[in-house]
Design a protein around this ligand. Structure first.
Ligand code: RP5
Length: 190
């Protein structure tokens, strides 16, 4: 994990078959340190899947030039997907998407000044044609990471396999819960 936006060396190998290396392939950015309590879930998820990432603060309003520099250099630095979180007037994902053709996943955050996250999500979803932001649910940073991993898994067999196993654990958890409920007297119709 790197802790700032300093350029890293691009990994060797072809784009499609490149193995996951320590070079960050996902960039996690957010408007403020106060967003970290939510966005850290994206980092945790990427770590669990062994996906190298970088995480830093990039504010579209307080550090606009840094935002442009980050977005414009992202592909060259080896990043494949960007996850951008913001609360309130959450312009970061949309503006970053304007400066890069990498896929941008937006995480609307119910921050202290947000109107329950509604302003944040509405700031992200209605992008003009040609400049999409793949917006996940309010505070759904872990899902943003899973979506990023699904994108990377298009050309990475290890990640595709890990995603299959992850889905199996989700299913198993539900089935165990059903069993526990049944033991407690819950009568389902299946
Ligand atoms: C946005 O304003 C940030 O993404 C954050 O969610 C919100 C509040 O920022 P702070 O005032 O806590 O720095 O730019």
């Amino acid at each position: 994990m790197t802790s700032d936006a300093s350029p890293g060396a691009p990994a060797a190998g072809s784009d499609d078959d490149r193995p996951v290396t320590e070079t960050p392939v996902v960039g996690i950015i957010m408007g403020s340190k106060s967003d970290l309590r939510i966005m850290s879930a994206a980092a945790d998820t990427l770590r669990q899947f062994g996906v190298p990432y970088e995480i830093t603060l990039v504010s579209p309003h307080r550090t606009p030039h840094r935002m442009v520099e980050y977005a414009e250099s992202a592909r060259k630095r080896g990043l494949r997907v960007l996850i951008a979180g913001g609360g309130g007037a959450a312009h970061l994902p949309g503006m970053v998407a304007a400066f890069t053709t990498l896929p941008v996943i937006g995480v609307p955050i119910n921050s202290t000044l947000s109107i329950q996250g509604l302003d944040s999500i509405l700031s992200m979803i209605q992008m003009p044609t040609g400049v999409p932001v793949a917006t996940v649910g309010i505070d759904s940073a872990a899902n943003a990471a899973v979506l990023a991993i699904q994108m990377l898994a298009l050309h990475n067999a290890r990640l595709a396999d890990a995603l299959e196993k992850y889905r199996t654990t989700l299913k198993d958890r539900v089935m165990r819960t059903i069993e526990e409920l049944r033991k407690g007297g819950f009568q389902d119709d299946v």
